[in-house]
Design a protein around this ligand. Structure first.
Ligand code: IPM
Ligand code: MG
Length: 358
């Protein structure tokens, strides 16, 4: 079968890590008899340089007409310290989320045994942690009304949610919990914020439909603390856009290996699969960046985007094998030889094809 994959490398290390994921997907195609067609398009600072827009209409068209989107990273330091820049790479990301209707961002958090000692937390706290942060991605304060007073001395952003928006993300979270350990934690700030009270009210209207799922509620400040104190208590966490932005970064570092974490953004149209890490401009072009986050995002693309579950498993097994064999980039190598980004990609592609370490 033919699958069309919109390939959006983006900025910084994006192109080099995406190239490795493409190699691995090609190997999967060869092994399982699929024809993956990769069509490239610009996004982020790269797209601004080429077209003036961070998410050009042609890129959107390609995404809409594809079966899945493989995304690298966006962001460029030349925009970070210029709060007055009219066009910013991040606007491209937000526009893509909105235009593709990607209302959910899914970040699985589970540490790799061989990297446990890299966690900033005690190993016994992290070993066995296994949870998913599900973040609402197209609403809340990111997209609510915002503005500036006439004299320019005040500004505001609005955290706005409708019951429908809450219901569709929480439905997805309940379904996820059912496929896992049947526990759902709803994170909000209902003691202060009106839209959080709407979240709670909406969830309470839904719990009757999911008697097999245990639901609890945490205020976001408490949740931030509990993720550090006792991460093993969580199964599925669901929360709004900004709380999810913050908590998912916090959750990702406890594994000690940000470079390995994948994410999926799913919604109304084509799903987008990208590593959790950013564009890491200092490493761009040096062939040292860790490609595993993007390769594991390709595994999510196979599983959630194309429903190719066995193929996704083969990618994850190859990644496990590379970790065991020490075929890793310098950020996680232990004194032994560090491999380059492309060497890790080559090794994994061969591993997928042969099923044995080469
Ligand atoms: C993320 C990022 C983005 C966000 C930025 C780059 C706009 O932090 O995907 O988590 O805040 O959503
Ligand atoms: Mg973020």
């Amino acid at each position: 079968m033919t699958y069309n994959i919109a390939t959006l490398p983006g900025d910084g290390i994006g192109p080099e890590v995406v190239e490795q994921a493409v190699k691995v997907l090609k190997a999967i195609g060869e092994k399982y008899g699929h024809n993956f067609v990769f069509t490239y398009a610009p996004v982020g600072a790269t797209a601004i340089d080429q077209t003036g827009e961070p998410y050009p209409a042609d890129t959107h068209k390609l995404c809409m007409n594809s079966d899945a989107v493989l995304f690298g990273a966006i962001g460029d330091p030349k925009y970070d310290n210029d709060p007055k820049a009219k066009v910013r790479p991040e606007q491209g990301l937000l526009k893509m989320r909105k235009d593709l209707g990607l209302y959910s961002n899914i970040r699985p958090i589970s540490p790799f045994k061989s990297l446990l000692h890299r966690s900033p937390l005690r190993q016994d706290l992290v070993d066995g942690a296994d949870f998913v942060v599900i973040r609402e991605l197209t609403g809340g304060i990111y997209f609510g009304q915002k503005g500036r007073s006439e004299d320019g001395n005040a500004a505001f952003d609005t955290m706005y949610y409708t019951k429908d928006e809450v219901r569709r993300i929480v439905t997805l979270a309940f379904d996820y919990a059912r496929k896992r350990r049947n526990k759902l934690t709803v994170v909000d700030k209902a003691n202060v914020i009106a839209s959080s009270r709407l979240w709670r009210e909406t969830v309470q209207e839904m719990v009757g439909d999911y008697p097999d799922v245990a639901v609890d509620y945490l205020f976001v400040d408490n949740a931030a603390m509990q993720i550090i104190q006792w991460p093993k208590q969580f199964d599925v966490i669901v929360t709004g856009n900004m709380f999810g932005d913050i908590l998912s970064d916090e959750a990702s570092v406890i594994t000690g290996s940000l470079g390995l974490l994948p994410s999926a953004s799913i919604g109304t149209h084509t799903g987008v699969f990208e590593p959790v890490h950013g564009s890491y401009p200092q490493a761009a072009g040096k062939n040292i960046a860790n490609p595993l986050g993007t390769i594991l995002s390709a595994a999510l693309l196979l599983e959630l985007g194309l429903n190719l579950v066995e193929e996704a498993k083969a990618v994850r097994e190859a990644v496990d094998a590379s970790l065991s064999a020490g075929v890793v980039t310098e950020d996680i190598s232990e004194g032994e030889k560090a491999y380059s980004t492309s060497e890790v990609g080559d090794w994994l592609a061969k591993q997928v094809l042969s099923g044995v370490a080469v």
